[in-house]
Design a protein around this ligand. Structure first.
Ligand SMILES: C[S@@+](CC[C@H](N)C(=O)[O-])C[C@H]1O[C@@H](n2cnc3c(N)ncnc32)[C@H](O)[C@@H]1O
Length: 213
């Protein structure tokens, strides 16, 4: 099965322009979208099945946090599912090394295939549970979208950022209860409202850092 995503190019280019991203990114992003839509028909990688809906809710939503990873060297995307937000961020940020952490075997298989077919030289796939992932190095930042509460994300993956590392968490409405329940040793450094082209829902990026002793 082939999925024609070419008709989505104008909408994607308009969204990229709103996010101050290069229109040339549309081609590799549409290749990823086509691959995701094709595999999704068989492997059920995401509940969103319509490529047009995927464009706003997956691609542009992921890319809305791209300004926050521009200066970063290494990022681990925890519970990445089919590569969200990690793959769009890696495509839009060639200097960023992205590690996709996912325990589900069929999703990990899709991720390896996406890296191979899309020639994503700055992406590594770790088929692992987050809490068991011991890469032997730390990351400048971890991120997670639609994975868990903030306390649980830090419980699972708090060992992965380095001493100056951070959690860049994508959330909808501000989760005040989750913020109040952050584990000891972590604090919210900043909260940024995100604007996602084509979506009216509230979105936020929370920057969570280690507290100093
Ligand atoms: C709701 S999906 C979100 C996927 C993606 N981040 C997104 O925004 O569409 C959560 C993903 O996290 C994975 N996951 C949940 N707990 C995990 C764990 N402890 N270790 C690794 N992956 C996990 C699941 O297999 C699933 O693919």
């Amino acid at each position: 099965m082939t999925v024609d995503t070419d008709s989505l190019r104008p909408e994607l280019e308009a969204g990229l322009a709103q996010l101050d991203l290069e229109p040339a990114l549309a081609a590799p992003l549409l290749d990823y979208l086509a691959l995701l839509a094709r595999w999704n028909a068989t492997y059920n990688l995401t509940a969103i099945r319509d490529p047009r809906e995927m464009l706003a809710k997956h691609l542009l939503d992921s890319l809305a946090m791209q300004p926050f990873v521009r200066g970063i060297g290494t990022l681990a995307d925890l519970g990445t599912g089919p590569g969200l937000p990690g793959i769009p961020l890696a495509i839009a940020t060639p200097g960023l090394q992205v590690t996709l952490v996912e325990s589900n075997g069929k999703k990990a298989r899709f991720l390896r295939e996406a890296v191979r077919q899309l020639k994503l030289g700055n992406v590594q796939v770790a088929e692992s549970r987050i809490e068991a992932f011991r890469p032997g190095t730390t990351f400048d930042a971890i991120t997670a979208r639609a994975l868990a509460t903030l306390p649980l994300i830090l419980q699972l993956g708090g060992h992965l950022p380095g001493p100056d590392g951070r959690l860049l968490a994508m959330k909808g409405v501000l989760p005040d209860d989750e913020i109040a329940a952050l584990p000891a040793g972590w604090r919210v450094a900043a909260i940024y409202p995100l604007r996602v082209p084509g979506l009216s829902a509230e979105r936020h990026l929370l920057e969570i850092v280690r507290t100093r002793a």
